[in-house]
Design a protein around this ligand. Structure first.
Ligand SMILES: NC(=O)c1ccc[n+]([C@@H]2O[C@H](COP(=O)([O-])OP(=O)(O)OC[C@H]3O[C@@H](n4cnc5c(N)ncnc54)[C@H](O)[C@@H]3O)[C@@H](O)[C@H]2O)c1
Ligand SMILES: [Zn+2]
Ligand SMILES: [Zn+2]
Length: 339
């Protein structure tokens, strides 16, 4: 079988490798149908993902068809369409015991710390696979993983019906958070610097967009909320300045949700945090969000609606990575399509 192989940063090859086999009773063999290209795949390619190890087959946004199941697999059978939950954890550390396996001490992320889904076949334990309705298009279900990132951010920010929410950044992650915040019943304001991305955010349901390159975001938020601030400020940009801005514009008793990986410090004074009793939380990957996202996909309440802009074959993976990198204005989400 073929796979997209990154032996070291800046090198990407299509290699021929042995098809994986079922080894444990709970294993499932999956034929991959679609894999999304995510910012973190690009970082692995460039050697700028501090968490990744090499050599690596990337890809953590994956949909495929079950080919074979181990003898101890109870809920899946050949022919099922599945999406992959990319986290493997110990089940015993503090985080796992607290129901937060996404930040397990021994966390291993599919396609980051271990080989991922940009290959024709893969084997994973049943618990990392979620079946979706057979009638759904592969292009729709391959977005399950980025939707879970959105679901997690909305859950961590405690977004509830009637809340006002600021999402900074109209990239694919910002859009996935938007979809989940709208399903939760919030009013959503978004920012970006890129006109095309702001336009797409409006098409995707944002109530207002603020051009952060031309407007003072804090002033715009105060105007939109009658001086109250937003109840939840979610940062899907990930700069020191955007993280700090969340604390500025959040309302009393509000939540600030951080998703970025920037290692530089933000300047956050104590007074607004204490005075407003702000809750600042991180949001990483997801915990228990696949069930809900699959349900919303099955109900057709989560639809891509223009989020996927480009598709490439497995053989074209090198060109795909190059294109995604060079055309941020055109690419929202690009997919690798398998035969
Ligand atoms: N925590 C997690 O689990 C998780 C998962 C995936 C991605 N992320 C992070 O989420 C962030 C967004 O991911 P993405 O794939 O959508 O990235 P992206 O780069 O495609 O989108 C970021 C957007 O922010 C815009 N932007 C840049 N500076 C801005 C500013 N000052 N104000 C407003 N907008 C600005 C850009 O124009 C771009 O459209 C990244 O930081 C990524 O690392 C976190
Ligand atoms: Zn991703
Ligand atoms: Zn653990």
């Amino acid at each position: 079988m073929k796979a997209v192989h990154i032996p070291e940063p800046h090198t990407l090859n299509i290699i021929e490798m042995e098809k994986p086999e079922i080894r444990n009773s709970t294993d499932v063999l999956v034929k991959v149908k679609r894999a999304g290209i995510c910012g973190s795949d690009m970082h692995i390619f460039h050697g700028t993902n501090p968490l990744a190890t090499y050599p690596r087959i990337t890809g953590h946004e994956v949909a495929g068809e079950v080919v074979e199941t181990g003898t101890g697999v109870n809920h899946l059978r050949a022919g099922d369409h599945v999406v992959i939950e990319p986290i493997r954890y110990c089940g015993e550390c503090y985080a796992c015991r607290k129901g937060r396996p996404n930040v397990c001490e021994h966390l291993s992320v599919f396609g980051v710390h271990e080989d991922g889904g940009m290959r024709e076949y893969l084997v994973l334990p049943e618990r990392q696979l979620h079946a979706v309705d057979l009638e759904l298009d592969w292009d729709e279900i391959v977005l399950a993983e980025p939707y879970t990132i959105g679901a997690q951010a909305v859950w961590r920010g405690n977004v509830e019906e009637g809340d006002t929410v600021l999402i900074q950044g109209c990239g694919p992650i910002g859009i996935c958070i938007l979809k989940m915040a709208k399903i939760a019943g919030a009013t959503v304001y978004m920012t970006d610097l890129n006109e095309e991305r702001m336009k797409f955010a409006l098409e995707s349901g944002a109530d207002e967009v603020i051009d952060a390159g031309n407007e003072q975001v804090d002033q715009a938020i105060m105007r939109l909320t009658d001086g109250r601030g937003v109840n939840v400020a979610i940062d899907a940009v990930g700069l020191p300045s955007t993280a700090a801005l969340g604390v500025d514009v959040v309302s009393p008793a509000g939540y600030v949700v951080i998703l970025g990986f920037d290692e530089r410090p933000s300047q956050i004074p104590q007074l607004p945090v204490t005075k407003k009793e702000v809750t600042i939380v991180g949001s990483r990957l997801q915990t228990n969000q696949f069930g809900r996202v699959v349900e919303l996909l099955n109900q057709k309440k989560l639809c891509s609606d223009g989020l996927i802009t480009h598709k490439f074959s497995l053989e074209q993976a090198g060109d795909a990575f190059k294109f995604v990198e060079e055309h941020p204005d055109q690419v929202r989400k690009a997919l690798i399509v398998f035969d």
